[in-house]
Design a protein around this ligand. Structure first.
Ligand SMILES: *Cc1c(COP(=O)(O)O)cnc(C)c1O
Length: 381
């Protein structure tokens, strides 16, 4: 292969520029206009979310959650350690102490059985990450929340668009179960608009305030619906909403969601089928999908048998012009937070930090390149 095969390439449907042109021609390019509303309505209808508000990132949506939950110094928030910084950062900014949970032995997502031991009187929220778009066991998590007076559950569903939790023949979209949820439309995610995200509100108690926090602490949204005579400053908030240019781009992507998902799933399945036996021979494991979860093909990862093997594998692929990457360094060991961490070792989180590697997976990855990557892996000793 002469040209480098990138780790990611954001997919463009072709309609983005058309809708942006339309937004510009209409003259309404600040936020909360036609395209924002199309996206809101589409997501609400398709996934049964009570209320959706587009944001400029998933990080922003998580910050909105911290404001909605009135997180204050002294409060504790339970967060997995093996995740992106923003999952914890949004709450740390409000002064919360983070109680980190380990990953599952069989999956990088948080260990649902280790949440309850971290709960105390100061616990204000449990933040769940559906790692790789694979559902955490929401029934177990909601049961812990319910047992201790309905602790707020936030689903960080950044990677989990169009993925589901299934139990007893019921299939429930991720992001519709927790009190609040957040999605990312960053260019590395399945559906993207460069930088973007959304907040999902499932609990009635947060709906009115979410609109106010979204629009700089004003009741502007109520005013435009004719519910109040004038609008003004009524609460805290920030400018969390994206412009119509971003929303128009995102609309083009949402219209194509089924095509995007089916292409990604095809690539994912090809990797899986081709590498299952190969992995067994080398002590390399493939992603595990629990019976209650669906796969949205956000990510294809391999779990090496050691840090040494992973380093060798990444180097081998790179020498042959394929970019494979690892990511998260456990947050409890991060430069910023490790000095505040006084809990037990988190061995599974450390395992994924050291041994997980992600393979290229994107819409335009050609059959030829996919076969080339699989062929290369099969020759890896
Ligand atoms: C990508 C990601 C985020 C951050 O999303 P942004 O839209 O870039 O802010 C947060 N949490 C998880 C789990 C992610 O994968």
């Amino acid at each position: 292969m002469e040209q480098m095969i990138n780790f990611n390439k954001p997919y463009i449907t072709g309609k983005e520029v058309h809708y942006i042109y339309d937004a510009v021609a209409t003259g309404k390019i600040s936020g909360n206009g036609k395209y924002s509303n199309k996206c809101h309505k589409y997501l609400q209808k398709r996934y049964g979310f009570k209320k959706v508000l587009l944001t400029t990132s998933c990080t922003d949506a998580l910050e909105m959650c911290a404001l909605l939950l009135d997180i204050k110094p002294g409060d504790e928030v339970i967060v997995p350690s093996y995740t992106f910084v923003s999952t914890a950062l949004a709450f740390v900014r409000q002064g919360a102490t983070i109680r980190f949970v380990d990953s599952r032995p069989d999956h990088p997502g948080l260990d649902e059985d280790k949440i309850e031991e971290l709960v105390n009187d100061r616990t204000k929220a449990i933040v769940v990450v559906h790692y790789a778009g694979i559902a955490s066991d929401m029934e177990k998590i909601m049961a812990v929340s319910g047992k201790y007076g309905d602790i707020a559950v936030v689903e960080d569903a950044a990677q989990a668009i169009d993925s589901f939790y299934t139990r007893e023949q019921k299939i429930v979209p991720l992001g519709s179960i927790g009190h609040l949820a957040t999605f990312s439309f960053h260019e590395t995610k399945n559906i993207q608009c460069g930088e973007g995200g959304c907040l999902v509100v499932n609990s009635d108690e947060y709906i009115d305030r979410s609109e106010i926090i979204w629009e700089k602490g004003t009741n502007r949204a109520q005013f435009f619906r004719g519910e109040v005579d004038k609008y003004g400053w009524v609460d805290i908030g920030s400018s969390f909403l994206p412009s119509e240019i971003t929303a128009a781009f995102l609309w083009a992507q949402l219209e194509e969601i089924d095509g995007i998902q089916s292409r990604r799933k095809k690539i994912w399945t090809k990797y899986y089928d081709a590498l299952l036996e190969w992995g067994k021979d080398r002590g390399i494991s493939l992603p595990y999908i629990p019976s209650y979860a669906t796969n949205n093909a956000h990510m294809f990862y391999l779990l090496c048998n050691s840090l040494k093997q992973r380093t060798r594998l990444i180097k081998y692929l790179k020498k042959n012009n394929v970019l494979a990457v690892f990511h998260y360094l456990s947050l409890h060991k991060s430069k910023y937070y490790s000095s505040y961490y006084d809990g037990p070792p988190l061995r599974n989180a450390d395992k994924y930090t050291n041994r997980l590697v992600r393979l290229p997976l994107y819409y335009e990855l050609s059959e030829k390149n996919l076969n080339y990557i699989i062929g290369l892996l099969k020759e890896f000793r």
